[in-house]
Design a protein around this ligand. Structure first.
Ligand code: ATP
Ligand code: MG
Length: 567
């Protein structure tokens, strides 16, 4: 066990309600003044942003008060677990910026102790082997207002229970043929107290313990005890465990003494609009190929968010903003996006890309001439310096930035109108060339050599500024645009099959996006860029030597901030 926690946080305002409870316990010297939390994932899927909220709570509180946080794999169900999940969970926690150091544990390490504890309960007449089917057991449970019925096996002699439980573990009986139940109270108003099942037979080998065990503890029999064995002081979990708390306390009290007893505290889950958070549903999306893997950038998984270009600090900022309460809520994805935008605005390098290109020819600019324009890497932080961008007679601009017959407030390019090409010159449109279908193929313009940005006397004002990429040196890249994964705000609240609610247009692939050469040369997987006027884009690991792929992380328009201003 660790020595006493010394660092006590004083600023009341900065603490959430769980931290406040922790602070009180520490001040009262409970558990010798120690703080030890744990994050207990079951390795049966990838972590999602909901888990990030739990991780930030568990590791964050330990950091705040100078305590420790364990990573404990809750590997009590060999049928669903896999090392692939273990590895991904560790990677994701580290990515969020936390480290368990040497405090890595597995519930399976406690199988011998848990088994001994079960034997002890049997000997004390507090557990029995039930041979009924799960349906029969369920039928006897009663309802919250009606008491349950005792099992016919409830009063089996201790010796018989001991013998049967040991033979269950020796593999003598089939899965489902018997279970071990705690003998508590079939009339208790808390349904979890009505002789809960604490051990079941599973014959699938376990990925760590092989076929050593044929009986496996249920969650309620493993969790609190694992906390106890590890010296955990504060077992922080989500609200659905509130009704389990008395049982947690019941088992833990059998083990604890006055000097140390872990305590469970619950907070509200993170739920996000336009997505699902259930591991079962996420697994289904992956297995059925409805998304491209766990790290598909549309997924709410941590690896999905990372691939999309969301950052650890943005996730932490978002969790900070939604806070920890005792009430369930649905959190808006726009707020998460707001946090991402705020973070990337500070750090992403600004470059020029044209996603829907049309050619602009500056007819009075010499053929074959090339100028180098120095562009700010980040106007929010001029210390980031500048990078070179070539300018020439032929440029790519966005098709949407030109209109032949514009409405009144269109300040981009149209016949006889002027705009500034960002960082370069003011140009005036002189005409267009169309193909046989009437589609614009080329736009013509003349530039004013006296208007080069940054030159003395160049500050003539025009309403619009367009981004552009020089044709001869542009690099073709692929851009993947994303929309909401589901087309309804709260898919989990809808009836019917959740898969029918998927947004069919959540992924659009654009090829032939024109990128300025400096960016193409410097882009490495997971690098973040702001494509000027378009949004934030992150280099996808699918990128190859001559084929860069970008994920659109998020557009520039902040719908959240706008809504907040209106409100
Ligand atoms: P399962 O149904 O497989 O148990 P789970 O999402 O609860 O799914 P765990 O691996 O048991 O997965 O979760 C580890 C921890 O993360 C638990 O303490 C759980 O309370 C917490 N957690 C899970 N989902 C959320 C969420 N949406 N918001 C906050 N915490 C969560
Ligand atoms: Mg769970």
């Amino acid at each position: 066990m660790e020595e006493k926690t010394t660092k006590i946080v004083n600023e009341e305002g900065g603490l959430n309600f769980v931290e406040q409870e922790i602070k009180n316990d520490l001040e009262q010297g409970k558990n010798g003044g120690r703080l030890n939390t744990r994050f207990p994932p079951e390795p049966n899927g990838y972590l999602h942003i909901g888990h990030a909220k739990a991780i930030i709570m568990d590791f964050g509180a330990a950091e705040k008060f100078g305590g420790t946080c364990n990573l404990r794999f809750d590997d009590t169900n060999p049928m669903k677990e896999d090392t692939e999940y273990v590895d991904s969970i560790m990677r994701d926690i580290k990515w969020l910026g936390f480290d368990w150091g040497d405090r890595l544990y597995y519930a399976s390490d406690y199988f011998p102790k848990l088994y001994d504890f079960a034997l002890r309960l049997i000997k004390e007449g507090k557990a029995y082997v039930d041979e009924q089917t799960s349906e029969e057991i369920a039928a006897q449970k009663g309802t919250p207002t009606e008491p349950g019925t005792n099992s016919p096996y409830r009063d089996r002699p201790v010796e018989e229970n001991l013998d049967l439980f040991q033979r269950m573990n020796a593999g003598e009986f089939e899965e489902g043929s018997m279970v071990l139940r705690a003998k508590i109270d079939m009339a208790n108003s808390n349904m979890h107290f009505r002789d809960p099942i604490i051990y079941r037979i599973i014959k699938t080998p376990h990925w760590r313990t092989g076929d050593t065990w044929k009986v496996y503890p249920m969650y309620d029999f493993a969790h609190g005890q694992s906390d106890f064995f590890e010296g955990v002081t504060h077992s922080i979990c989500t609200l659905e465990f509130v009704p389990h708390r008395p049982l947690y306390e019941y088992f833990v009290k059998e083990l604890a003494d006055e000097s140390y007893c872990p305590r469970q505290i619950e907070f509200n889950r993170l739920n996000l609009t336009y997505t699902v958070m259930s591991k079962r549903k996420l697994l289904q999306l992956v297995k059925e190929g409805l998304v491209n893997g766990w790290d598909d950038p549309r997924m709410p998984t941590i690896c999905g968010l990372r691939r999309r270009g969301f950052t650890p600090s943005a996730v932490r900022d978002f969790v900070d903003r939604i806070g920890y309460t005792k009430y369930e809520a649905l959190n808006h994805i726009e707020l998460l996006e707001h946090s991402v935008r705020e973070d990337l605005n500070k750090t992403a390098t600004r470059v020029s890309a044209v996603v829907n290109p049309v050619k602009l020819i500056i007819t009075n600019y010499p053929e074959g001439k090339e100028e180098t324009i120095m562009m700010d890497n980040n106007p929010e932080n001029l210390d980031e310096g500048k990078h070179p961008m070539p300018f020439s007679r032929e440029l790519w601009i966005e098709r949407e930035d030109f209109m032949e017959n514009p409405p009144k407030k269109f300040f981009r390019l149209s016949p006889d109108k002027e705009v500034r090409l960002k960082g370069a010159y003011i140009i005036k449109c002189t005409g267009v060339k169309k193909n046989d279908d009437g589609e614009i193929e080329e736009i013509y313009a003349e530039y004013d050599p006296e208007t080069k940005s940054g030159m003395p006397g160049s500050d003539r004002k025009v309403k619009g500024t367009l981004h552009w990429v020089s044709v001869p040196t542009a690099v073709d890249v692929e851009v993947r645009d994303y929309d909401r994964l589901f087309s309804v705000e709260n898919p989990s609240a809808e009836e019917g099959d959740f898969r029918d609610l998927l947004n069919p247009d959540s992924l659009k692939i654009r090829k032939g996006v024109k990128l300025e050469p400096w960016a193409a040369e410097h882009a490495k997987p997971e690098d973040h860029f702001q494509f000027t006027r378009l949004g934030y884009y992150t280099v996808d690991p699918d990128s190859k030597e001559n084929h860069l792929v970008f994920n659109k992380t998020i557009g520039l328009k902040d719908t959240w901030a706008k809504e907040q201003k209106k409100a």
